[in-house]
Structures are given as C-alpha cells and as structure tokens.
Design a protein around this ligand. Structure first.
Ligand code: GLN
Length: 447
C-alpha cells in the first residue's frame, strides 16, 4: 500500500532520491515469514521506513544528495539502520536532503527539490526535508533523519510531524556520513509521539564502533508515554520570543504552553541571553568540522571522479570543484579559514569557549526546570526558491535549534497548530541530557 502511495504522489513531492521497490518487497516477505514463525513480535515488525540519504545502506545507493557520491553504493549499513532492521522494519528507500545536510530547505540537493506535502508551493524544511515530507505524505510510516543544528526538528515543524533529536551519543553515528561530528545525531521523524518513542527505543544502542556512543540505562522510552505533567517545571526563555519571531508562531507556541499549564505543569519565563551567540558559534564549529570531514571526498576512494585530468592534483581539484555544490563549498572554505594558522585562536578556539558557556547556561536552566519550551523556527515554511539567495538570512533561521546541538541536549518538535495560510507550526521541548523520557511525557500529554 505504501509503495502504491509513493507511485501516486512521489512525482509531486519528490521525497526520495532512491526507492528500492523490489528490495523492499523482498525484505517484507522475509519479515512476514519471521512474524508467522513467531520470531518477530515487536511493534516495528513489517513497518515501512524511509532513511535519510546520508546513512549508509548496504547495496543501496547513498548520495548525501551530492553529485560527488552519485555512484556510491556502501558495503555496510549504518548501525541505526541495522537496529531498525533487527526490529523488523522494511526499508523503502533513501530520502532527499540538503547536500551533505548543509541547509534548511532541502533545496541544495543535487537531485532536485522536495515539496512540502502540506502545501507544495513551500519547502519542507531541511536538511532532513525528504524524510519529514515522506512521513507527512504517507510515503512511509516513519523515517530516520539526522540533526546537526535542527535538521530533524525544523523539517518536522514545517511538515506538521513529530521529530526528535536525542541526547548526543544515544544513537550510534556509525555509518552516518559525517557533517559536524561533535553535533550530528540520528533521530526519528514520525506521525505522532507514540511512534517517536517506539522508534527511538529501537534505534538506541551502545556501539563500540562509535567512540562517542554512550552506554545508557532505562532506554525503554515507550514507558514514558504517560499523559501526566502535574508538577513538571517548564521554563520559557524570553530570548526565544523576541525580534524576528513570527507573531502567529509565537501565539501558537504560547497557547501550547497554556495547554500544559492547564494539565498541571508549572510554567515560568526566564532569561537565556547567550542564545544570541549561538549562530556564529555553530557556523564556526560546524564549518570547521565539515571542512575536515569532507576531505575524504577526493575522487580517489569514493564517488565522482573528474575525467581527463593530467595529474593527481588536478584530478582532486576538478573532482571536488565539479562534485560539490555552492553551499558545501562555502562551508569548506569557511571551515578551512577558521582552522587555519593565525585564525584558529581567534575563531575556532573562541567558538569552543562560547560553546562551553552555552552548555553552562543550559545547566543552570535545568537546575530549575524539567523542560524548556519554545518555538522550533521563527517562521513557518518559506516559499520554494525564496531562501537560497541570502545564506546569512537562512543561517539566522536556525536560532532556536542549534544551541541544543552545541550543548548535546535532546529536543523534540511537536505540531501545535497552523498559521493563517494553513502551514504547520511546531513547538520545541528541550530537555537536560538523557531526559528524553521527560520530553516524551510532556509531548504525549500535549498531543
Ligand atoms: N541548517 C543547519 C545547517 O545548515 C542545520 C543542518 C543540520 O542540522 N544538518 O547547518
């Protein structure tokens, strides 16, 4: 049924880079047998999933929506994908994204834009825009995305679905093609909070193949699907409601806070002024890590190689010049600059210091509050074609999501209404490290 749905609406929305119809049917048949033999009993057995195209999938093209990986077929699968398959999930294909996860609209993909199923004149958000759109268009039941600075939460909010970025280290990054390694985290995009908890539970694991993977206890996240926030302390950062926030988004998010208050939560405003420094800090650190991570794409070991180069250096240069798009090149240049001798102390090191201060500000907030509540993005989904011309403006749109990655915290985006154009609005709930259960409980109570 879901493959039929893809056949019917994929031409309109373009959620996928690759659909593996035959492979999915084969996998489903295998799962069916195991279900009948009683070997697979969990809630994800037989459930069709979509995977963002920056997670390796054995035998299936994995492009990161870049020309430079146009022919890259991995020989192994990402640990998160394997965990899903162990639970009986069926993988339908790979979803469109901003090239190497750099962007907020899914318009920097080499393979064309994805349209927002709630209104196809608008972007689905990004960078996990294909995953969010696939869930919204019912071209899958749930999807995996990755979030370096908001790439799960922001497209979830633009497409009216639930998206969660877990605490750093919760889901293995093994097989996730790195963007900013200290910030990247895989997480679920789902129709509701129950599905989100179910998927998170399945993909969480301690993985020695990822040196930043955590050994966590009590990861039975579905046990937190309880509608009860009595006595929960919710902090609303005043700084998240200032200049630049669309009044319709503000009103919807504050109304959501009132709903939780009516359910017995204690809601209070507080100051989180360091947020002003989050954007320059994030774009310094993320670009620095990206410039290093993307060195490996040199035309030798993976993907696209420019033809007819007369020597090795020309081959590297042409492969990278032709293989990467403009946004990726901008980040590589910015990252190389902030890491270069003479500028390292002034930019990169300073950004690391500010990152530590941002973490401290959140630590202080979580000494008082169980959950921080705010918007996901300053506006609803912009029109297609209206964002790329001004990268700085696009970067500013990440204001509410990126500090969560800098501090390693978990965050969830939950639909909380629509604007006057009918475009979805998301509220963001942020928790202290390892407090996903608190977020799930609050989100479930609201929903
Ligand atoms: N929009 C942000 C960026 O371009 C976040 C992307 C992400 O989380 N992968 O870096």
């Amino acid at each position: 049924a879901v493959l039929d749905k893809i056949a019917a609406s994929e031409d309109t929305y373009h959620c996928y880079v690759t659909v593996e119809r035959e492979k999915a049917l084969q996998q489903a048949a295998g799962v069916q047998k195991k279900i009948e033999a009683g070997e697979l009993t969990g809630p994800l057995a037989g459930v069709p999933f979509a995977i963002k195209d920056n997670m390796c999938t054995e035998g299936t093209l994995t492009t990161c929506s870049s020309k430079i990986l146009e022919n890259f077929v991995p020989t192994f699968s990402a640990e998160a994908v394997l965990n899903l398959e162990k639970a009986g999930a069926v993988i339908l294909g790979k979803t469109n994204m901003d090239e190497f996860a750099m962007g907020s609209t899914t318009e920097t993909s080499y393979y064309g834009v994805t349209k927002n199923p709630r209104n196809p004149e608008h972007v689905p958000g990004g960078s996990s825009g294909g995953s969010a759109a696939a869930v919204a268009a019912e071209e899958c039941f749930a999807a995996l995305g990755s979030d370096t600075g908001g790439s799960i939460r922001q497209p979830a909010s633009y497409c009216g679905v639930v998206g969660m970025k877990p605490t750093y280290g919760t889901v293995s990054r093994y097989g996730l093609i790195a963007y900013g390694s200290s910030l990247d985290q895989i997480g679920p995009l789902t129709k509701d909070v129950t599905d989100c908890a179910t998927v998170l539970e399945a993909i969480t694991s301690h993985d020695p193949k990822d040196s930043t993977s955590m050994k966590r206890e009590n990861t039975d996240f579905t046990s937190a699907l309880v509608a009860d926030v009595k006595g929960m302390k919710i902090g609303i950062p005043r700084d998240y409601f200032g200049e630049g926030l669309d009044p319709e988004v503000r009103d919807a998010v504050l109304a959501a806070a009132e709903v939780l208050k009516a359910q017995g939560a204690e809601v209070e405003e507080f100051d989180l002024s360091l947020v002003d420094y989050a954007i320059p800090t994030y774009y310094t650190i993320a670009a620095a890590e990206a410039s290093s991570n993307l060195e490996r794409f040199d035309g030798v070991k993976y993907g696209y190689r420019a033809q007819d180069a007369e020597d090795l250096h020309t081959m590297y240069k042409r492969s990278r010049s032709q293989g990467f798009g403009p946004e990726v090149k901008r980040r590589i240049m910015l990252g190389s600059f902030v890491l270069s001798s003479g500028y390292y102390d002034a930019y990169y090191l300073k950004a690391l210091r500010v990152k530590a201060l941002i973490k401290k500000a959140f630590d202080e907030a979580f000494a008082k509050y169980d959950v921080i509540l705010g918007p996901v993005a300053p506006t609803t989904a912009p029109k297609l074609g209206s964002s790329l011309a001004d990268p700085i403006k696009m970067y500013l749109g990440d204001i509410y999501t990126i500090s969560i990655n800098l501090a390693g915290l978990p965050g969830i985006s939950v639909p909380c209404g629509t604007d006057s154009q009918g475009l979805p609005i998301g509220m963001q709930l942020i928790g202290d490290c390892f407090k996903e259960k608190t977020l799930i409980r609050a989100a479930y109570t609201y929903e």
